[in-house]
Design a protein around this ligand. Structure first.
Ligand code: 26Q
Length: 847
């Protein structure tokens, strides 16, 4: 055996240099990678070379954990989870991996000894922005928790070449720049060409009879695309288990176009190559469904088909099981409807390719999938025109129709003589162009359906999906979202984490309810002072960054009032702006007024085609221009828009917040997860009774939460009656003044009617009820200011917010998914580290 000879001769000290955790070993490995991987000596290495060398050093330390985990899970035939998501918003990897390996501080010291600042090296990393917002980040937090909790798990998604666009602000407007995150290479991913699969598109189907005379369908596609998996290792926190993120990249399938090529159609073949490679080129930057783009449908089917083929291969070839027990060994969670075509694709694979009969295949399919819904906006529910589906995925459309046929039969049996119900529940919507309702397909094909916060689930089961709830109440449950405390507190907020650790140790990083122990120090003045100091340190860090990047002076002693999230009318950034203008007007009316100085900080991207959202960004900046430069204001209010808000930039934001703005119209925000990030970092929330705000308030205590506005029921009632916006406008003088100023061009003298459409939308329609909630919001903000004057009181409230955020760890969420939906148990990896010199262990198998 050649491998044996190589190993006997070599004296590579592989174990030491690749896995060792001693500082000296790490230093040696780092210099080795710099020299042999980057091809640089220290004296001419760029910061990026250093970043890559250290990343490879860390990756080596993850590798044996990963290979061990895989082998252990396979040997133990452990039940596993596949998390299917069109988005994974992972954020920078190096810092997180250092934290999870327990090496962060040690690495800081090593870099110190080299005369380098580790933060500058960490800052080199371009984050993979493979998501839009909450849904994508949730998937990333879930991977961290699954790995930490020793759950055998794989995240499946798309390796977009260009992630969410980089945002620049020019003259107050958003400008989108292509995100070239792969420009300098990605040290965290490993391509697995050998595990590539083919995915079909277009063409037509035909009927044939197999050898036994069975009626079968064959799909004759006109395009076949190669799906190549790229694996990223996901470390758990202080555990040897790992998870993996497997992202698919599309390439041309040479063999399929070979004939074309041989017929002399060279350009035709190359053209196909281009279309094939386009599939995973770019992430759609909308956080709701846009009128059906074929390429988006192709993206969804592409990664779903590749994923199912991969799991089936693993189940049958690696684990050597029969497909009939697929659902016993693997469960697949659908992150919203983006991968919902999986229900039909699973049927296709089982029936057409693995020759299972319909009923058996349906049993396996409907015991495999779980579906998570993330929205309440009816206009955001995903649908695809039947004609488009037929053209792009002809076989899938046939299967969907057959699923629907069986399903509607079941509905008829349960609810006889109820034609209206059939119409409401059908997977095919008939109004206008016939369309496939992906949420219906997902529910019909899944054994479990869940919402992401209590209120959200209640509204789903009582309104949006009530017919399905009546049909299968047992399928439905709530799984309130969570966030990983490793990234969102331990990594991002070192000053606060250090203080917490000095008091109660660090067990909170794996059991967030441990933070409760902080409550015993609440009256301790020294502790209060230390808490303020930590908060101040974080505010100072953000202030310096703002000064450096935007040239704006902000005073860390002012109240930092922050709203960071996607820009959307329902999230009501413009309500926040109305408050700023109200304060501004109070100052203008009485420049000597005693107000609590505030720094208003915004961040977030608008979907490129969402004009109102882009206008809101311009409005924020326009108001900032006026307010920030008015001598009467005298620095007492400042408005800052942080460009290009993303996971990396958010690191400095959450720790620096005094006040968290969670002001969506009640009943519109499914959960929110930014709200949890603020709470965990000791910010107080001003918020509506929406999404997880309700649960946050319940946990931290209503006296530690600033509640305002209509609740979901009141919103519903108001909208079902006559909502008289004009009356509110005329009756509320301060509000009228704000709106009149905006429409008169006070903030846009160069083009006075610039914001007219925005004001008109509020005055004459106001679907998100800003006018209805305005006064309640302003009154609540006044209470916030009064409270902030009492720094001791504020600090105690801040401590309690952190101390009581235990519920919002994604570890809690994942445990609930595991116990109540997935029925997957933790498997603690227990095999010795890989020793390449132990020849007895080496067995090469062809797989
Ligand atoms: C769909 C079809 C075509 C193109 C794009 C899309 C698309 C892409 C992204 C639709 C929706 C999204 C993202 C939705 C999202 O982020 N939802 C948020 O999910 C969070 C996690 O559950 C919740 O906390 C938020 O309340 C919810 O808005």
């Amino acid at each position: 055996m050649a491998s044996k000879a190589i190993m006997e001769k070599s004296d590579l000290k592989i174990e030491d240099d690749r896995t060792g955790l001693e500082s000296e070993t790490i230093q040696r490995a780092f210099l080795d990678n710099l020299f042999y991987v980057q091809g640089k000596r220290p004296e001419n290495a760029t910061k990026n070379d250093l970043y890559l060398a250290i990343s490879y050093t860390i990756r080596d330390r993850i590798m044996h954990r990963w290979l061990n985990s895989n082998k252990y899970y396979t040997d133990n035939d452990a039940r596993a989870v596949g998390y299917l998501s069109a988005e994974f918003l992972m954020g920078p990897q190096l810092g997180n991996n250092l934290i999870n390996l327990g090496l962060f501080d040690q690495m800081g010291k090593i870099f110190d000894s080299f005369g380098l600042d580790i933060n500058e090296i960490l800052d080199q990393e371009e984050e993979p922005g493979l998501g839009n917002g909450g849904l994508g980040r949730l998937a990333a937090c879930f991977l961290d928790s699954m790995a930490t909790l020793n759950i055998p798990s794989v995240g499946y998604g798309i390796r977009y070449e260009f992630g969410i666009f980089d945002q620049e602000i020019r003259d107050g407007w958003q400008v989108e720049i292509t995100d070239k995150w792969l420009k300098f290479g990605n040290p965290w991913e490993i391509p697995r060409n050998e595990a590539s699969v083919e995915v079909k598109f277009g063409g037509h189907t035909g009927v044939y009879h197999d050898e036994e005379g069975n009626h079968r369908v064959a799909w004759h596609p006109d395009q076949v695309v190669l799906a190549i998996p790229y694996d990223t290792l996901i470390l758990g926190y202080l555990t040897d288990n790992t998870a993996v993120l497997r992202l698919w990249k599309s390439e041309a399938s040479e063999s399929f176009y070979f004939q074309e090529y041989n017929r002399g159609n060279y350009y035709g073949a190359v053209e196909e190559k281009v279309t094939s490679e386009n599939i995973t080129k770019v992430l759609y930057p909308n956080d709701e469904q846009e009128s059906g783009k074929t390429l988006r449908l192709m993206q969804q089917y592409f990664f779903v088909s590749a994923t199912l083929q991969d799991t089936i291969r693993f189940h049958c070839k690696v684990r050597k099981h029969s497909l009939e027990i697929f659902h016993e060994k693997i469960t697949l969670q659908l992150n919203d409807t983006h991968p919902a075509i999986a229900v039909a694709e699973m049927m296709r694979l089982l029936i057409d390719e693995h020759l299972m009969d319909w009923d058996k295949a349906w049993y396996v399919t409907t015991n495999t999938f779980g579906y998570t819904n993330h929205t309440l906006l009816p206009e955001a529910l995903e649908t695809w025109p039947v004609a488009k589906m037929e053209h792009t995925l002809p076989r899938l459309m046939e299967i969907i129709l057959e699923i629907n046929h069986h399903f509607l039969e079941e509905v008829r049996q349960k609810f006889p003589n109820d034609a209206a119900r059939i119409t409401r529940m059908s997977i095919i919507g008939e109004g206008g162009v016939r369309h496939v309702r992906m949420a219906h397909l997902a529910i019909v094909g899944s054994y479990a359906v869940n919402g992401v916060a209590q209120l959200h689930t209640e509204l789903l089961t009582s309104k949006v999906l009530v017919n399905f709830f009546e049909m299968w109440p047992e399928k439905f449950s709530n799984k309130t979202n969570g966030i990983t405390p490793r990234r969102w507190l331990l990594l991002n907020n070192p000053s606060l984490a250090e203080l917490i650790n000095s008091k109660i140790g660090i067990d909170w990083a794996i059991d967030l309810y441990e933070l409760k122990k902080l409550e015993q120090y609440i009256e301790n003045e020294t502790f209060q002072k230390q808490w303020q100091k930590a908060k101040h340190a974080a505010k100072d860090r953000l202030a310096k960054k703002i000064k450096k990047n935007l040239g704006i002076d902000v005073d860390p002693k002012t109240l930092f009032d922050i709203q960071v999230k996607r820009i959307h009318e329902y999230k009501r950034q413009h309500l926040n702006v109305l408050h700023i203008i109200t304060l501004y007007n109070r100052i203008k009316a009485n420049p000597a007024i005693d107000i609590v100085p505030r720094t208003f900080i915004f961040g977030g991207k608008a979907a490129p085609a969402y004009h109102m959202a882009k206008l809101i960004i311009k409005l924020i900046n326009a108001v900032g221009d006026v307010v920030n430069h008015d001598p009467d204001v005298d620095g007492r209010i400042k408005v800052v828009f942080i460009p290009d808000y993303n996971v990396k930039n958010s690191q400095e934001v959450y720790p620096a917040a005094d006040l968290s703005e969670q002001i969506s119209t009640a009943g519109k925000e499914a959960s929110g997860t930014g709200n949890m990030k603020f709470t965990m970092n000791g910010a107080l929330t001003i918020g509506t009774m929406d999404g997880a705000n309700i649960e946050i308030r319940e946990e931290v205590g209503e006296e530690n939460f600033f509640l305002f506005g209509l609740n979901a029921q009141e919103v519903f009632d108001l909208k079902s009656g006559f909502y008289d916006t004009i009356a509110i406008y005329h009756e509320n003088e301060a509000l009228k003044q704000c709106l009149d100023m905006i429409s008169s061009g006070h903030f846009s003298p160069d083009q006075p009617d610039r914001f007219q459409s925005l004001v008109d939308a509020l005055k004459y329609h106001d679907p998100y009820l800003l006018l209805a909630d305005y006064q309640s919001y302003i009154d609540c903000q006044d209470r916030v200011s009064e409270c902030f004057r009492d720094q001791v009181k504020w600090t105690k409230m801040s401590i309690l917010n952190t101390a009581r955020c235990g519920k919002f760890s994604s570890d809690r969420t994942i445990k609930e998914y595991c116990e109540e939906i997935w029925k997957v148990n933790p498997v603690k990896v227990e095999i010795p580290a890989y020793d390449p010199k132990n020849i007895e262990n080496v067995a090469f198998e062809n797989q």
